[in-house]
Design a protein around this ligand. Sequence first.
Ligand code: RIB
Length: 327
Amino acid sequence: MKKVNIKDVAKEAKVSVSTVSRVINNSAPVSGELKSRVIEAIKKLGYKPSHIARGLRSGKTKTIGFIIPDITNPFFPEIVRGVEDYLRKKDYTLILCNSDQDPKIESELVDILIDKHIDGLLFTGAGEKSEKLELAVKKGLKVVFLDRIIEGVNASYVVSDNYDGMKSLLEYLWKAGYRSFYFINGSKETFSARIRYKAFLDFVEKYRVKDYHHIFSSFSYEAGYNHTKEINRIPDVIIGGNDLIAYGVIDALEEMGLDVPDDVGVTGFDDILFSKHYKPSLTTVRQPMYEMGKKAAQMLIALIEKGVNKIKGYVLPTEVVIRNSTQ
Ligand code: RIB
């Protein structure tokens, strides 16, 4: 069936194509009589204006890009849901891309999304730098960082309070009597891992902790499993930089014949869906994932639609969740 186009509408309404275009894009005043004829013709013919054509004319495609670093980590889909629920309400479409923690893929994705004329970009970086992004922001790309900030790029951001979350967790462990700590963290390149590390160092200094160890690794189950197997002297508690690391730690300790929490405590960070169901259920720090996504989407749409260009940062509160993996 031939697709109805703008010329068919103009013919049916007995007006010019530019009049139809003005009515569709609300780009200039059109008399009531002409406007109702055009609207009648659109309804009668079932005309659907082309988003691409409209985008090229108005410079807006009502499309948002979102680059996340690891689609397999349940932390991110909860964030994406908060983003998409809000965008749908504002009639925007989301293009979700996974950089697979690879800065090279991430850089290619920025180019691809710009070529698709996105109106704005939500960005959770794989690393600590992104020249490509820095350049794009300088050229006017509207960006909001979500969960991880990239140093050197002047853009608004929404993160959770990684520092306070880790500090509160460690202070809970200290009060519960734990005295030796082994921290298996995410990669040094990620903003969230670095902030949690800082909180750990400040805790060690404040409480004059004698027996502690920290390693940067990756936010993955394998990192927790493999590093735990290599630990020579098991501490009172093993801190996972996120929940996936903690799951790997728990399974490795079980294979080593050690009981959690009776022989050693284990903690995570994020409180993803499975943590309350793990065996034992995981003590962790809850990040407000859905709210982080929603807030970042709100900020980006305000940037696009209202031209809000004041750089803003939101730090949403985290919460310690005590379960059975610690005593
Ligand atoms: O689980 C992935 C981790 O990386 C989360 O803790 C989140 O903060 C992200 O930065």
